[in-house]
Design a protein around this ligand. Sequence first.
Ligand SMILES: *Cc1c(COP(=O)(O)O)cnc(C)c1O
Length: 372
Amino acid sequence: MDVPFLDLAAQTAAIRGEVLAAIARVVDSQKFILGEEVHRFEQQAAGYCQTSFAVGCASGSDALLLALKAAGAGPGDAVLTVPFTFFATAGAVALAGARPVFVDVDRDTFNLDVSQIEGALQRHPKIKAIIAVHLFGGCADMDPIREIARARRIALIEDAAQAIGAEYKGRRAGSLGDIGCFSFYPTKNLGAFGDGGLCTTNDEALAGRLRALRVHGRTGAYFHEWVGLASRLDAIQAAVLAVKFKYLDSWSEQRACNAALSRRLFEEQNLPLVPPRPAPYQTRHIFHQFVVRCPRGRDEVQKQLKSHGIASEVYYPLPLHEQPCFADLGYKRGDFPVSEELARTVLALPVHPGLSEAQIRHVVATLARLLP
Ligand SMILES: *Cc1c(COP(=O)(O)O)cnc(C)c1O
């Protein structure tokens, strides 16, 4: 029995007619960039994320860059974030002209270790913003982070690219800081038929700045208050996303069910792997990924799974402070021991909504046979 990591073909087949009709509507309108289609999707997204405003853009990476620019983070500033995340989180900081300052993550939640923020703020007085990442579909511990950011007048940006619909103490990702950033990369829980991204906010002034920044910082006809990007959401992507939005909750519920079954089977089998255990404040985890820790022999386990037809992935094998492009930041191996340990031990197992119970049982049974 083969177990694929993701099955977007099956997901698309189930909604094919609806999605093609939505695309045809855009083709007939000949309005391909922004416009009414994007506006409607933005309102749908703002409602879903429990924010007043949503601003579509070209990708999740651009959403982060737009958010940093809207928050006024640029050359001479530093931005605090984590080294255990997808590259774009810190890439956006560097592209904005600011300096990424890393703090380590928590071993159990994979997210920012709140106890390390104060120390970093003392060492780096020029920190202008914090990017809290909600990794794998679970929110960072936002209340204490927001308290620190408020007290010091630091902007709080959420990298919610993996967390659309996730809830922290009953409140949605994207509504927990000043600006939330989302990605609609095809493999995300809500995936477009191409690239797409979105910023959310409750602050009208920030929303206006984000809307200007995505069209070259334009605030009037051929009048530019800032130097912005060319980063718009295509109407075709918005139309596809609007259709998929109707199914997002059922897909995310299915992921959570798959994760719960996997975790139960892990415990029954007493496997020497650590399954994810969401924190109490995590009132809704959307399991963009189901990531276990393999304390020993992760790469060998992955190879063995592959030989049995079971796909798995490593997110992420090299922490950002060890990436060659960030060598000039002056970090070295050993600076963030938890991130480094996770890079050596994490393994993402299939959790996508198309999995059958038999496939999940097969993955765990195979692991039980492979592991001592
Ligand atoms: C996917 C992702 C991004 C970037 O989104 P793109 O749409 O691929 O540019 C940023 N941060 C995280 C955590 C992501 O997973």
